[in-house]
Design a protein around this ligand. Structure first.
Ligand code: HEM
Length: 194
């Protein structure tokens, strides 16, 4: 959805991938550190619309005081991840999809991986696998396909409003970037028995 809505960000990521792989290889997890703009797109996707906007609830096991507020034992505490993602004081407009915010050396934006996977002892144990898997999927899709708006109608981003929030069904066009890329994806699919 973000790539269809922000084609110039998509082209920038594809340029980075092509410069590294020459347009005739598909990226692997070993390329993650060499594709900082692709990584910034993934971070921005996690920030732009957090999957768990209120993370997972906790209950205090003793009385506490936080910034002058008394929080009695047994209080349910909801981590407001959406508030972190949409920091009103951020240098870049939080409503806009701007991966560059993660590459700004002067005012670095905190990596969403520090809050999308939860907090404390029960933080997501699958986060490293998740980050590597998402990188491989996103980098491969960007290497092989162009994602664009539908030819008819428009794409207005809508998300579900449950505990887990994800895009409602939408239309877009996904086309191979070249015949060579299409053949490469087909041969990979045959190897994987898809
Ligand atoms: C992008 C993908 C993922 C996201 C955004 C995500 C996010 C989360 C979050 C927010 C929690 C709650 C943490 C808390 O209570 O503070 C969680 C828990 C958990 N996640 Fe993930 N997760 C992802 C992928 C995975 C994967 C790939 C695995 C396993 C291979 C996994 C396994 C778990 C397990 C077992 C828990 C429960 C941990 C516990 O309560 O002790 N997750 N995840």
């Amino acid at each position: 959805m973000a790539m269809a809505l922000c084609p110039e960000k998509q082209w920038k990521a594809q340029e980075e991938i092509d410069a590294l792989l020459g347009g005739d290889h598909l990226p692997t997890v070993a390329d993650r550190d060499k594709l900082p703009y692709v990584s910034a797109i993934i971070k921005e996707t996690m920030r732009w619309h957090p999957t768990l906007p209120l993370s997972l609830a906790r209950q205090t096991d003793k009385d506490d005081v936080y910034e002058g507020y008394f929080i009695p034992r047994g209080t349910m505490v909801m981590p407001n991840v959406w508030f972190i993602a949409y920091d009103a004081d951020a240098r870049y407009d939080p409503e806009e999809f701007i991966p560059e915010r993660f590459l700004d050396e002067d005012v670095p934006t905190p990596d969403p991986a520090s809050w999308v996977f939860g907090f404390g002892r029960r933080v997501c144990p699958g986060r490293f696998l998740a980050e590597n898997s998402v990188f491989v999927i996103v980098a491969n899709i960007l290497a092989a396909f162009d994602i664009s708006l539908p030819t008819e109608g428009n794409l207005s981003p809508k998300f579900t409003l449950d505990l887990v929030s994800y895009p409602e069904p939408y239309e877009c066009q996904i086309t191979p970037r070249s015949d060579a890329m299409a053949r490469l994806v087909e041969s990979r699919a045959i190897q994987c028995n898809i």
